[in-house]
Each structure stands twice: as structure tokens, then as C-alpha cells.
Design a protein. Sequence first.
Length: 190
Amino acid sequence: MFALVLSGLLAAAVACSDETVSTTPASTPPVSRTPAQETPATASPSPTPSRTSAAVGDTLDLTGIGDDEKLAVTVVRVVDPADAKNQYASPDAGMRFVAVQFRLKNTGTAVYKDSPSNGAKVVDTQGQQFDATYEDTNAGPGFPGSITIAPGDTGLGFITFEVPTSSKIAKVQFAMNSGFSGNAGQWNVS
């Protein structure tokens, strides 16, 4: 019964909220990328205000369902393709793993408790969206199923996606409250 009431409240909150996609970085440091499999971010102390779309390495300020729920979210790096951590696990035929490392800094006044993988997606150049998978990769430590981040604290972890081998990842998206917040961040992947 409680789960039904909670689902109804989340649905009502989503229906009443304005849907937004944030793409303007809180600060826009120049980002250097290596041509290899990883897309690491290298921050610089001086922002570059001319860029208006977030890229790997940029931080976006996102809001949750409650007024006191706020995160500064950074896509730290993208590992494409990513090898499975478990030697017995592999993507389905015609698929590959892509791992995205997120840094979540709680800038609000409420404790952030969520399952980050529920609110994360990757989008390919054709506009196809892919949800997270539960597989871990050798890219680095993943987020556990559920996390708790106190105000002022930070969480860091990878989220893994299974995508077709023919897809080229173009964007990463993240929204708080398992994707129900109505305020999604979007980063371009080059």
C-alpha cells in the first residue's frame, strides 16, 4: 500500500513539475580529450564562457523533486568500450559495454538517497536512448544499487550501459530521484 501511495506521489510530482534539460555548465573549463578509448577531463582554473553545451568534464547544477534536493553533477569520463569486470559476463551478441563515471556533489540541504543508475541514460547519434545495466566493468568502481550522500559530501562511481556495437554515443543524461525529478542534465560526448 505504501509503495502505491509513494508511486502516486512521485507521478503527481512529475506531472506538476516543468520538464527541463540542463546543458549549460556551472563553469566551463577547457577539456582535453585523448584519442584513446577513454575521454578523461582535465580541469583548468579559468572558465571559458563561450561554450553553452556541457561536455565531459563539465558540472551541471540539477534539482530534485524537493526544494532542498540539489546536486552538482559531473560526467568525469566515458570509457567506450569497457570490459566486463566478471570474466563470465559479456554483452549480448552485437552489443558492447560503455561505462560513464559520475561525480555527484550534494549542494542541497537534504540527504540525497537514490539509485543513480535509474536516472542515467546514454544517447547515440541516431537519438536512441539506452538505460543502465547492472554489469560492472574494469573501468573502475561502480555505484552500489543505492547511495546516500549527506549535504556537502560527494559520491563517485561508474554506471554501465549495454549498447549496440554500431551505435556511436553522442550524449549522456542524468536526472535525480531515479529520473523522476523533471530536471535532467545532458553532456555531449565527442
